[in-house]
Design a protein around this ligand. Sequence first.
Ligand code: MTE
Length: 301
Amino acid sequence: MTRRWTNDLTRDDVTPKGVWLNRRAVLAGLGAAGLATGLPASQAQAQALEPNTLEQITSYNNFYEFGWNKDDPAAHAGDMVISPWSITVDGLVDRPGSYSLAELLEGLSVEERIYRFRCVEAWSMVVPWNGVGLGDVLAKVGVQSGARFVAFETTVQPDVMPGVRNRIIPFPYVEGLRLDEAQHPLTMLATGIYGEPMPKQNGAPIRLVVPWKYGFKSIKSIVRITLTDSEPPTTWKRLNGREYGFYANVNPEVDHPRWSQGSERQIGGGLFARRQPTLMFNGYEEQVASLYEGMDLSVNY
Ligand code: MTE
Protein backbone atom coordinates (compact mmCIF):
# COMPACT_ATOMS: atom_id res chain seq x y z
CA MET A 1 0.00 0.00 0.00
CA THR A 2 1.28 3.44 -0.85
CA ARG A 3 0.32 6.16 1.57
CA ARG A 4 0.95 9.75 0.57
CA TRP A 5 1.53 12.05 3.44
CA THR A 6 3.62 14.87 2.17
CA ASN A 7 1.11 17.12 0.47
CA ASP A 8 -2.28 17.39 -1.14
CA LEU A 9 -1.36 15.77 -4.45
CA THR A 10 -2.66 12.37 -5.46
CA ARG A 11 -0.76 9.65 -7.26
CA ASP A 12 -2.39 10.88 -10.49
CA ASP A 13 -0.49 14.12 -10.12
CA VAL A 14 2.84 12.40 -10.34
CA THR A 15 4.23 12.25 -13.82
CA PRO A 16 6.12 8.99 -13.83
CA LYS A 17 9.12 9.44 -16.07
CA GLY A 18 11.02 12.67 -15.86
CA VAL A 19 8.35 15.09 -16.89
CA TRP A 20 7.49 16.52 -13.52
CA LEU A 21 5.64 19.71 -14.23
CA ASN A 22 7.01 22.91 -12.82
CA ARG A 23 3.67 24.37 -11.87
CA ARG A 24 3.46 22.21 -8.79
CA ALA A 25 4.63 23.56 -5.52
CA VAL A 26 4.65 20.76 -3.02
CA LEU A 27 5.29 20.73 0.65
CA ALA A 28 8.49 19.32 1.99
CA GLY A 29 8.37 15.81 3.31
CA LEU A 30 9.23 17.28 6.65
CA GLY A 31 5.83 18.95 6.79
CA ALA A 32 4.27 15.59 7.34
CA ALA A 33 7.22 14.25 9.27
CA GLY A 34 6.75 17.23 11.53
CA LEU A 35 3.23 16.04 12.16
CA ALA A 36 4.55 12.57 12.86
CA THR A 37 6.88 14.00 15.48
CA GLY A 38 4.05 16.01 17.03
CA LEU A 39 5.03 19.41 15.69
CA PRO A 40 2.30 21.67 14.37
CA ALA A 41 2.39 21.83 10.58
CA SER A 42 3.07 25.55 10.72
CA GLN A 43 6.25 24.89 12.62
CA ALA A 44 7.29 22.11 10.34
CA GLN A 45 8.83 24.55 7.89
CA ALA A 46 6.24 24.10 5.20
CA GLN A 47 8.61 25.34 2.56
CA ALA A 48 7.62 24.66 -1.01
CA LEU A 49 9.98 22.18 -2.60
CA GLU A 50 10.15 21.56 -6.31
CA PRO A 51 11.40 18.04 -6.92
CA ASN A 52 14.09 17.44 -9.48
CA THR A 53 13.12 15.45 -12.55
CA LEU A 54 13.65 11.69 -12.63
CA GLU A 55 16.11 12.33 -15.43
CA GLN A 56 18.22 14.59 -13.21
CA ILE A 57 17.99 12.27 -10.21
CA THR A 58 19.08 9.25 -12.23
CA SER A 59 21.84 10.75 -14.38
CA TYR A 60 23.95 12.70 -11.86
CA ASN A 61 25.00 10.24 -9.18
CA ASN A 62 27.67 9.18 -6.76
CA PHE A 63 28.04 5.41 -6.56
CA TYR A 64 31.77 4.83 -6.49
CA GLU A 65 31.44 1.10 -6.98
CA PHE A 66 30.63 2.04 -10.57
CA GLY A 67 33.24 4.74 -11.09
CA TRP A 68 34.11 8.32 -10.17
CA ASN A 69 32.23 10.33 -12.76
CA LYS A 70 28.68 11.50 -12.16
CA ASP A 71 27.48 9.61 -15.23
CA ASP A 72 29.32 6.35 -14.42
CA PRO A 73 26.55 4.91 -12.21
CA ALA A 74 23.91 5.40 -14.90
CA ALA A 75 26.28 3.91 -17.50
CA HIS A 76 27.44 0.88 -15.50
CA ALA A 77 24.90 -0.01 -12.81
CA GLY A 78 22.62 -1.80 -15.25
CA ASP A 79 24.32 -5.15 -14.67
CA MET A 80 24.11 -5.07 -10.88
CA VAL A 81 22.14 -8.09 -9.71
CA ILE A 82 19.27 -6.97 -7.48
CA SER A 83 17.02 -9.99 -7.52
CA PRO A 84 16.92 -12.08 -5.44
CA TRP A 85 18.02 -9.73 -2.67
CA SER A 86 18.49 -10.51 0.96
CA ILE A 87 19.55 -8.39 3.88
CA THR A 88 21.41 -9.83 6.83
CA VAL A 89 20.26 -8.34 10.11
CA ASP A 90 22.57 -9.16 12.98
CA GLY A 91 24.25 -7.95 16.12
CA LEU A 92 22.19 -6.76 19.07
CA VAL A 93 18.74 -7.71 17.75
CA ASP A 94 16.08 -10.12 18.99
CA ARG A 95 15.33 -11.57 15.55
CA PRO A 96 18.58 -11.77 13.58
CA GLY A 97 18.61 -13.47 10.22
CA SER A 98 18.66 -13.17 6.50
CA TYR A 99 15.55 -11.32 5.35
CA SER A 100 14.22 -11.02 1.83
CA LEU A 101 13.19 -7.52 0.86
CA ALA A 102 9.54 -8.56 1.08
CA GLU A 103 10.02 -9.99 4.56
CA LEU A 104 11.74 -6.87 5.79
CA LEU A 105 8.99 -4.60 4.46
CA GLU A 106 6.02 -6.83 5.26
CA GLY A 107 3.34 -5.03 7.24
CA LEU A 108 4.89 -1.60 6.71
CA SER A 109 3.31 1.00 4.46
CA VAL A 110 5.40 2.59 1.78
CA GLU A 111 5.19 6.36 1.96
CA GLU A 112 6.29 9.12 -0.36
CA ARG A 113 8.54 11.69 1.25
CA ILE A 114 9.88 14.68 -0.61
CA TYR A 115 13.23 15.56 0.92
CA ARG A 116 16.07 17.92 0.24
CA PHE A 117 19.25 16.04 -0.60
CA ARG A 118 22.57 17.82 -0.02
CA CYS A 119 25.86 16.28 -1.09
CA VAL A 120 29.04 17.15 0.82
CA GLU A 121 30.38 18.36 -2.55
CA ALA A 122 27.94 21.31 -2.29
CA TRP A 123 25.35 20.33 -4.86
CA SER A 124 21.76 19.54 -4.02
CA MET A 125 18.51 18.13 -5.33
CA VAL A 126 14.98 17.57 -4.11
CA VAL A 127 13.91 13.94 -4.37
CA PRO A 128 10.48 12.32 -4.00
CA TRP A 129 11.47 9.06 -2.31
CA ASN A 130 9.23 6.08 -1.59
CA GLY A 131 10.03 3.93 1.37
CA VAL A 132 9.52 3.08 5.00
CA GLY A 133 10.77 4.48 8.26
CA LEU A 134 14.00 2.80 9.32
CA GLY A 135 12.73 2.93 12.89
CA ASP A 136 9.77 0.73 11.94
CA VAL A 137 12.09 -1.84 10.39
CA LEU A 138 14.29 -1.79 13.49
CA ALA A 139 11.22 -2.27 15.70
CA LYS A 140 10.32 -5.35 13.64
CA VAL A 141 13.66 -7.02 14.19
CA GLY A 142 13.76 -6.00 17.85
CA VAL A 143 16.57 -3.75 19.03
CA GLN A 144 18.26 -5.02 22.21
CA SER A 145 18.97 -2.71 25.10
CA GLY A 146 22.75 -2.66 24.62
CA ALA A 147 22.54 -1.35 21.06
CA ARG A 148 23.76 2.22 20.49
CA PHE A 149 24.63 2.32 16.80
CA VAL A 150 23.42 0.88 13.51
CA ALA A 151 25.93 -0.18 10.85
CA PHE A 152 25.11 -0.65 7.16
CA GLU A 153 26.92 -2.40 4.33
CA THR A 154 26.52 -2.25 0.53
CA THR A 155 26.64 -5.22 -1.83
CA VAL A 156 29.95 -5.96 -3.56
CA GLN A 157 29.73 -7.38 -7.08
CA PRO A 158 33.24 -7.06 -8.53
CA ASP A 159 32.26 -8.58 -11.89
CA VAL A 160 29.94 -5.70 -12.66
CA MET A 161 31.45 -2.95 -10.50
CA PRO A 162 34.45 -1.34 -12.22
CA GLY A 163 35.07 0.92 -9.21
CA VAL A 164 35.47 -2.09 -6.92
CA ARG A 165 38.13 -3.51 -9.20
CA ASN A 166 40.04 -0.19 -9.04
CA ARG A 167 40.58 -0.61 -5.31
CA ILE A 168 40.87 3.11 -4.63
CA ILE A 169 38.19 2.90 -1.97
CA PRO A 170 38.00 -0.13 0.34
CA PHE A 171 34.72 -1.90 -0.40
CA PRO A 172 32.17 -2.82 0.78
CA TYR A 173 30.99 0.73 1.30
CA VAL A 174 29.99 0.98 4.94
CA GLU A 175 28.05 3.57 6.90
CA GLY A 176 26.53 4.02 10.32
CA LEU A 177 24.18 6.05 12.47
CA ARG A 178 23.71 6.50 16.15
CA LEU A 179 20.64 4.51 17.23
CA ASP A 180 18.57 7.63 18.00
CA GLU A 181 19.39 9.03 14.55
CA ALA A 182 18.40 5.73 12.97
CA GLN A 183 15.11 5.72 14.87
CA HIS A 184 14.28 9.34 14.04
CA PRO A 185 11.04 9.56 12.02
CA LEU A 186 12.76 11.39 9.15
CA THR A 187 15.22 8.53 8.55
CA MET A 188 14.02 6.14 5.90
CA LEU A 189 14.88 3.07 3.92
CA ALA A 190 13.93 4.02 0.38
CA THR A 191 12.79 1.52 -2.23
CA GLY A 192 11.72 3.87 -4.97
CA ILE A 193 11.64 7.33 -6.53
CA TYR A 194 8.58 8.92 -8.15
CA GLY A 195 6.61 5.77 -7.38
CA GLU A 196 8.94 3.63 -9.50
CA PRO A 197 11.21 0.94 -8.09
CA MET A 198 14.58 2.36 -7.03
CA PRO A 199 16.79 2.84 -10.13
CA LYS A 200 20.02 0.86 -9.86
CA GLN A 201 22.23 3.94 -10.02
CA ASN A 202 20.35 5.36 -7.02
CA GLY A 203 20.88 2.27 -4.88
CA ALA A 204 18.40 -0.43 -5.86
CA PRO A 205 16.66 -2.20 -4.37
CA ILE A 206 16.91 -0.49 -0.98
CA ARG A 207 18.99 2.37 0.40
CA LEU A 208 19.21 4.63 3.36
CA VAL A 209 18.03 8.27 3.23
CA VAL A 210 18.98 10.63 6.07
CA PRO A 211 17.91 14.06 4.80
CA TRP A 212 19.70 16.24 7.38
CA LYS A 213 23.09 14.65 6.71
CA TYR A 214 25.45 14.92 3.76
CA GLY A 215 24.56 12.48 1.01
CA PHE A 216 27.45 10.10 1.66
CA LYS A 217 25.67 8.88 4.80
CA SER A 218 22.78 7.66 2.63
CA ILE A 219 24.31 4.30 1.75
CA LYS A 220 23.01 2.46 -1.29
CA SER A 221 22.08 -1.15 -2.13
CA ILE A 222 22.13 -2.37 1.47
CA VAL A 223 22.83 -6.05 2.21
CA ARG A 224 23.60 -5.89 5.92
CA ILE A 225 22.25 -4.02 8.94
CA THR A 226 24.07 -4.58 12.22
CA LEU A 227 23.14 -3.26 15.66
CA THR A 228 26.25 -2.57 17.71
CA ASP A 229 27.35 -1.01 20.99
CA SER A 230 30.17 1.06 19.49
CA GLU A 231 30.61 3.52 16.62
CA PRO A 232 31.00 1.51 13.42
CA PRO A 233 33.61 2.35 10.76
CA THR A 234 32.34 4.49 7.89
CA THR A 235 33.88 4.60 4.43
CA TRP A 236 34.68 8.32 4.10
CA LYS A 237 35.89 8.77 7.65
CA ARG A 238 38.16 5.80 7.11
CA LEU A 239 39.52 7.33 3.91
CA ASN A 240 39.95 10.84 5.28
CA GLY A 241 38.74 11.44 8.81
CA ARG A 242 39.85 15.06 8.81
CA GLU A 243 37.52 15.91 5.95
CA TYR A 244 34.62 13.54 6.60
CA GLY A 245 33.32 12.82 10.08
CA PHE A 246 30.96 10.22 11.44
CA TYR A 247 28.11 12.68 11.99
CA ALA A 248 28.25 14.57 8.68
CA ASN A 249 25.30 16.77 9.58
CA VAL A 250 24.64 19.44 6.97
CA ASN A 251 26.01 22.60 8.57
CA PRO A 252 26.65 25.89 6.74
CA GLU A 253 28.79 27.02 9.70
CA VAL A 254 31.34 24.23 9.44
CA ASP A 255 33.21 24.34 6.15
CA HIS A 256 34.85 21.40 4.48
CA PRO A 257 38.62 21.93 4.80
CA ARG A 258 38.77 22.56 1.05
CA TRP A 259 35.53 24.43 0.31
CA SER A 260 32.69 26.40 1.85
CA GLN A 261 29.54 24.62 2.98
CA GLY A 262 27.67 27.91 3.22
CA SER A 263 25.90 27.55 -0.11
CA GLU A 264 25.01 24.95 -2.70
CA ARG A 265 24.37 24.52 -6.40
CA GLN A 266 20.99 23.08 -7.19
CA ILE A 267 21.16 20.42 -9.89
CA GLY A 268 18.91 21.52 -12.75
CA GLY A 269 19.10 25.15 -11.73
CA GLY A 270 20.95 26.04 -14.92
CA LEU A 271 24.49 27.16 -15.55
CA PHE A 272 23.97 30.70 -14.34
CA ALA A 273 21.62 30.01 -11.48
CA ARG A 274 22.55 31.64 -8.24
CA ARG A 275 23.83 29.34 -5.52
CA GLN A 276 21.38 29.00 -2.71
CA PRO A 277 22.23 29.26 0.95
CA THR A 278 22.66 25.93 2.71
CA LEU A 279 20.29 25.48 5.64
CA MET A 280 21.29 24.20 9.07
CA PHE A 281 20.62 20.45 9.19
CA ASN A 282 19.57 20.88 5.55
CA GLY A 283 16.34 22.58 6.64
CA TYR A 284 15.37 19.96 9.21
CA GLU A 285 16.73 21.80 12.23
CA GLU A 286 13.45 21.90 14.07
CA GLN A 287 13.10 18.15 13.83
CA VAL A 288 16.64 17.02 14.62
CA ALA A 289 18.57 19.70 16.52
CA SER A 290 17.62 18.13 19.87
CA LEU A 291 19.55 14.99 18.91
CA TYR A 292 22.76 17.00 19.19
CA GLU A 293 22.08 19.10 22.27
CA GLY A 294 25.26 19.80 24.18
CA MET A 295 27.50 18.58 21.36
CA ASP A 296 30.08 20.80 19.68
CA LEU A 297 29.18 20.34 16.02
CA SER A 298 32.51 21.69 14.83
CA VAL A 299 34.23 18.88 16.72
CA ASN A 300 31.61 16.24 15.97
CA TYR A 301 31.46 17.09 12.26
N1 MTE B 1 26.50 4.31 -1.36
C1 MTE B 1 27.41 3.47 -1.90
N2 MTE B 1 27.30 2.16 -1.68
N3 MTE B 1 28.44 3.91 -2.68
C2 MTE B 1 28.61 5.24 -2.92
O1 MTE B 1 29.57 5.62 -3.61
N4 MTE B 1 27.80 7.52 -2.52
C3 MTE B 1 27.17 8.37 -1.50
C4 MTE B 1 25.74 7.93 -1.22
N5 MTE B 1 25.68 6.50 -1.05
C5 MTE B 1 27.68 6.16 -2.34
C6 MTE B 1 26.61 5.64 -1.57
C7 MTE B 1 27.20 9.77 -1.90
S1 MTE B 1 28.72 10.55 -1.83
C8 MTE B 1 26.08 10.44 -2.27
S2 MTE B 1 26.10 12.13 -2.52
C9 MTE B 1 24.80 9.73 -2.46
O2 MTE B 1 24.93 8.33 -2.28
C10 MTE B 1 24.32 10.00 -3.88
O3 MTE B 1 23.02 9.49 -4.04
P1 MTE B 1 22.30 9.67 -5.45
O4 MTE B 1 23.23 9.19 -6.51
O5 MTE B 1 21.05 8.87 -5.37
O6 MTE B 1 22.03 11.14 -5.59
